[in-house]
Design a protein around this ligand. Structure first.
Ligand SMILES: *Cc1c(COP(=O)(O)O)cnc(C)c1O
Length: 401
């Protein structure tokens, strides 16, 4: 069967992209749980190591099931090449460590996933790399930071958990002028809602643990970019340091991709409905969702993204109110994961963003009353009922105290 070309639409690529059928003619992608591969002859082994013939060698370098996932993701993203990794953080750390060396400089948007923040603030400086954080929405701050030669820019849009939007094209123009590549962590937008490579980014990274699996089963990651950068910069690093994904996890992610468009579409529609409901309630001080009229960067969000995403963040005024609310929920589960078919909620100040400290949380706009909701695939009416009764519980108990 010929590999589908890039001319297919996303929904078709999600089901067929990258499929390599074995001689058994299986309909579902085969799971090659094999660490190594055999050669027909010593000559074939030699030719493989010389790079004269294409043959799988060892699953740290490549594996047929993993390659199907990489091809499907590359077609979807419109990238020349992709390498899958064991986790999203393996994707981010491999990208940064393969591209950078001592004496280099990194500029990053401050609003980053906790572990990405740690890599920039703590790990890279240990290796003699200068790192600078900027407020992702502040054009002047980007201009000032990128007036100095820089090798890499890292950002996330929409950001976790406050859903700040960064102007990707603006940052890419400034970054390129400073000599930097732009790496976009596109997890919150998913490969369907925003295409950073078209907006000037050079590398896109994913935690496939989130929407791509989307069913809370496995960890995985992916790095996408030009064939030249992936093969010359990233690949020597990943082949020799070993952040390889298990073929089993790659297989689950391939099956996850088949339903990605259906799931993301349903969750986005539910998330917008939930956000509007939350905004209408007096217990909610403020709600953030990229397509709400009240979102300060709504115009930019709608220009860069085809929908607002599956996350809603809202402020209940205090930690006590947020905890009462979380504990009163019966359908929505308390969990720091996101992008699952089950709706999940977390209190960032005491979980995902506890370690960044109160001062940095204040800079990021993460208040003690903020909660982040990842909207799943339940009927939105059931979600709204559960959220509504938990909001009622805040009011009742607050009045009783
Ligand atoms: C989850 C996540 C990561 C890290 O991915 P893992 O698969 O947990 O290693 C990085 N960035 C963002 C935005 C995430 O949500």
């Amino acid at each position: 069967m010929p590999t589908p070309s890039k001319t297919f639409r996303p929904a078709t690529l999600l089901v067929h992209g990258g499929t390599m059928r074995s001689n058994f003619g299986e309909t579902s992608e085969a799971l090659f749980l094999s660490s190594g591969f055999v050669y027909d002859s010593a000559e074939q082994a030699e030719a493989t190591f010389l790079g004269e013939v294409e043959h799988f060698q060892y699953s740290r370098f490549g594996n047929p099931t993993v390659q199907m996932l990489e091809s499907r993701l590359a077609m979807l993203e419109g990238a020349e090449a992709c390498r899958a990794t064991a986790t999203g953080m393996a994707a981010v750390s491999s990208t940064m460590l393969s591209h950078l060396k001592a004496g280099d400089r990194v500029v990053a948007a401050r609003a980053l996933f906790g572990s990405c923040h740690w890599i920039v603030s703590t790990l890279l400086p240990r290796y003699g790399i200068e790192t600078v954080f900027v407020d992702g929405g502040d054009r002047e701050a980007w201009k000032t930071a990128l007036a100095t030669p820089t090798q890499l820019v890292l950002l996330e849009s929409p950001s976790n958990p406050m859903l700040d939007i960064v102007d990707l094209q603006m940052v890419a123009d400034l970054a390129h002028a400073a000599g930097a590549i732009v790496v976009v962590d596109n997890v919150f937008a998913t490969p369907l809602l925003q295409h950073p490579l078209k907006l000037g980014a050079d590398v896109v990274v994913y935690s496939c643990t989130k929407h791509i699996d989307g069913q809370g089963r496995v960890l995985g990651g992916a790095v996408l970019g030009s064939k030249k950068w992936i093969e010359e910069v990233l690949q020597p690093f990943t082949r020799n340091t070993g952040p390889a994904i298990s073929p089993f996890n790659a297989w689950l992610l391939l099956k996850g991709l088949e339903t990605l468009a259906l799931r993301v579409d349903a969750s986005c529609r539910a998330a917008e409905q939930v956000a509007r409901f939350l905004e209408s309630r007096p217990e909610v001080v403020r709600a953030w969702y990229p397509t709400l009229e009240s979102h300060p960067q709504r115009a930019l969000a709608m220009q860069q993204m085809s929908a607002g995403g599956t996350l809603v963040t809202f402020d209940l005024g205090s930690k006590a109110a947020a905890f009462r609310f979380l504990n009163a929920l019966s359908l929505v589960a308390i969990s720091n994961n996101l992008g699952d078919s089950k709706s999940l909620i977390t209190h960032p100040a005491t979980t995902t963003h506890m370690r960044v400290g109160a001062e940095e949380r204040a800079r990021l706009g993460i208040t003690d009353g903020a909660v982040r909701l990842s909207v799943g695939l339940e009927d939105p009416a059931d979600l709204i009922e559960d959220l509504g009764q938990a909001l009622d519980a805040i009011g009742l108990r607050a009045a009783a105290e």
